[in-house]
Design a protein around this ligand. Structure first.
Ligand code: ZN
Length: 221
């Protein structure tokens, strides 16, 4: 079935699925674990809508291109057009929801691409590379600088981050993104992953939480 944005209560959100704008290395501890320098400005890349799947009972990963890493991230759903230099109030008004998401990454392939200074798309944009859970409404979150994101793998907590530790907090990050790409209703922002990424294998059970808001379980096929 094709992907459609939806809220946690099952209400369908009638925005078309757009692009997914992602930020790399937005938590210092995660940049360190992959031996990457901490960037001086947001490192942006885009996953196309074609790679998005809804978080369901299970999901598939490629098995023929090296290790696939999970990256748990806070996803922000954009509900109004934003461009140029929106002020903080406009950005707040344009946020329609928050959800936990997986930015799946073919890590060995990405390492090879990085070494050659090539673009990352083949490592980041394969079908199924963005797993999006259902959203809680934007107004369910009162403080954008205190949102917890947690991933447990086979019952063990592997990632336990909070938006307070982002190098580029959500509001200024979205303002910065708008300086490069206009955003449309249905676009999604993936706000970076905290420390603790690692490989997935068939049969792994994952719990993905937007702490205090929503919790989902799924399994790797
Ligand atoms: Zn990521």
């Amino acid at each position: 079935m094709s992907y459609q944005h939806q809220y946690l209560d099952g209400t369908r959100i009638h925005f078309p699925l757009g692009k997914v704008v992602c930020v790399g290395r937005n938590y210092a501890e995660h940049a360190k674990e992959l031996n990457n320098p901490v960037p001086t400005e947001p490192l942006l890349f885009i996953k196309p809508g074609s790679c998005v799947v809804a978080l369901d009972d299970s999901f598939s990963i490629p098995h023929d291109r090296g290790a696939v890493h999970y990256e748990a991230e806070i996803a922000v759903l954009i509900g109004k057009p934003l461009s140029k230099k929106p002020d903080a109030e406009e950005v707040m008004d344009a946020i329609s929801g928050f959800a936990p998401a997986l930015d799946l990454t073919l890590r060995e392939l990405q390492d090879k691409l990085k070494a050659k200074s090539y673009p990352w798309e083949v490592a980041k944009s394969f079908d199924g590379a963005c797993v999006l859970a259902a959203f809680v409404p934007g107004d369910a979150v009162s403080d954008l600088t205190d949102i917890g994101i947690r991933l447990s793998l086979n019952g063990e907590v592997r990632q336990d981050g909070n938006s307070r530790d982002m190098l580029n907090p959500i509001l200024p990050l979205i303002q910065h993104i708008c300086g490069h790409f206009s955003l449309q209703p249905g676009d999604v922002i993936l706000t970076g992953t905290p420390v603790g990424v690692g490989p997935l294998k068939s049969g792994d059970r994952l719990q993905l939480e937007l702490v205090g808001h929503s919790s989902f379980t799924t399994q790797v096929l």
